[in-house]
Design a protein. Structure first.
Length: 479
């Protein structure tokens, strides 16, 4: 006599098929993701490396030109040595770029053309006496401009290749999402067949979830599930709706970032740096100690901005460089005072007061001092940017939470941050719609701050003040 299997056996059988299909889908997705990673990593990593090296190539070229001019003007041997170093670095970087370009599936060949067109100007046998002669000219200004324009054009082409790689990644990501939806739908179908006797209150929410996921796969981020029950499905619907809002904000951020990038990364930092160096080296005349102090501050700020610009490029090309952090104890009061000093000139021009309440007998803080300095300056810059004229910015150090942490709070008198934007301001490239047209920036400052604080073992958060403005706070471990 044939025995019909009991409900537990039926559920076990259907559960077995459910798990088999589910993990088969996961395995298929894993293989697809790995394929996507292998395809994109090779393209993006090579192109990003070329982008970094091309920036070094441009800087070396500018250094050669600047040192030749300094040598003819000041007649100091050290500038001839600097010229030789820059020339060797230029040749070394160009050889590496040509090698990387050859590793691409479709080599562009632009860098080899640059070497053919301008390599003749990089001579290794030129002597200091030849350079010092009145009739010696290293390179005409028109050729130099053409050289720089050619490098800039090739760098733009390399950026386009990176953008194409990112488009490829996005397309493959959509394909993975579609496959995920198909696999998940099949798993849900098998599960429903196994538990078909379960009430309709479970099946209906699952169908709504399935419909919502399909809408997301079509890039429709405006759909919100209308499940309001106070059970797990209600929580799932709330999480889904939050995800949709996040995806919509990310899409807007991405579009805005592409438009902003072309306008922001064009600052002539090299010219400013050389001008400050000329003043510091007293090429244009003697300077007193007070002037040297402010020139030093200017040089430090230029170096900080250059580092931030390089970090922006790395972040936008989806490649994180390996950076050795210098973790050591430091005095938090002294660090905050140094940060305030760097933003004081900008604050004074708008009549904004900065008041710092130091922590008596402050413990030494453990972390990378330069990174924490960057965090404080980023938050102070934001406070100045959004504060009205003749207002006040307060900086306060306190102990806690607990005995192993210290908290730094920076408060302003600006408009504050809406509650629905608090989770977005720390996202990469996010900028509020109301400030995009009249304020500079690329939306990386707070994202960099959060990453640095987390890497140093702390947390960062923001709270609106009862009257006006907001307070950014972060914690750091102490010794």
């Amino acid at each position: 006599m044939f025995m019909t299997p009991g409900i537990s056996k039926k559920l076990f059988i259907f559960l077995f098929f459910f798990i088999f299909i589910f993990y088969g889908t996961v395995y298929g997705l894993f293989m697809k993701v790995r394929e996507m990673s292998d395809t994109s990593a090779r393209i993006v990593s090579i192109s990003n490396r070329i982008a970094v090296l091309s920036n070094d190539l441009k800087n070396n070229l500018l250094d050669m030109d600047a040192n030749i001019k300094k040598l003819k003007l000041l007649e100091k041997d050290v500038y001839f040595d600097y010229f030789g170093t820059a020339r060797r670095n230029y040749q070394k970087v160009l050889v590496e770029i040509i090698g990387l370009d050859a590793r691409r599936e479709t080599p562009a060949g632009y860098w080899r053309n640059i070497d053919r067109a301008f390599g003749g100007y990089i001579k290794s046998d030129v002597s200091m006496e030849q350079i010092m002669s009145e009739d010696y000219t290293w390179i005409d200004a028109d050729v130099m401009d053409q050289w720089m324009d050619t490098i800039a054009a090739v760098r733009k082409d390399n950026e386009d290749k990176i953008e194409q790689a990112l488009i490829l990644i996005n397309r493959l990501s959509r394909q993975v999402i579609r496959n995920c939806i198909i696999g998940f739908g099949i798993s849900i179908l098998v599960g429903v067949m196994g538990v078909g006797f379960i009430s309709r209150s479970i099946i209906v929410p699952l169908n709504k979830l399935k419909s919502g996921l399909k809408r997301v796969s079509d890039d429709n981020y405006t759909y919100e599930m209308d499940i309001t029950s106070n059970d797990e499905f209600g929580e799932l619907a709330a999480a889904f709706n939050d995800m949709n809002r996040q995806l919509k904000a990310d899409d807007e951020i991405r579009s805005d970032f592409i438009a902003t990038l072309s306008h922001e990364i064009r600052s002539p930092l090299s010219s400013i740096r050389e001008s400050v160096n000329l003043l510091t080296e007293e090429v244009l005349g003697p300077v007193n100690e007070k002037q040297k102090k402010f020139l030093t501050i200017s040089g430090n700020e230029i170096a900080r901005i250059t580092g931030l610009l390089n970090h922006l490029l790395d972040a936008s090309f989806l490649v994180s460089g390996i950076k050795k952090r210098q973790v050591a104890p430091f005095d938090p009061n002294q660090l905050v005072q140094s940060a305030i000093l760097s933003i004081t000139p900008g604050a004074k021009t708008r009549g904004i007061r900065t008041e710092f309440k130091a922590l008596g007998q402050a413990p030494m803080v453990r972390g990378d001092e330069k990174e924490i300095m960057q965090v404080i300056i980023n938050i102070l810059d934001n406070a100045l940017k959004f504060s009205p004229d003749n207002s006040r910015v307060d900086i306060r150090l306190t102990r806690g939470p607990g005995k192993h942490f210290l908290t730094c709070g920076i408060s302003d008198e600006g408009p504050g941050i809406p509650d629905d934007k608090k989770n977005l301001i720390f996202k990469k490239y996010y900028r509020a719609r109301e400030v995009r047209k009249h304020m500079d920036g690329v939306g990386l400052g707070l994202n960099i701050a959060r990453r640095i604080i987390q890497a140093n073992g702390g947390k960062i958060f923001v709270e609106n003040k009862p009257d006006k403005g907001c307070t950014f706070s972060f914690t750091l471990p102490v010794f």
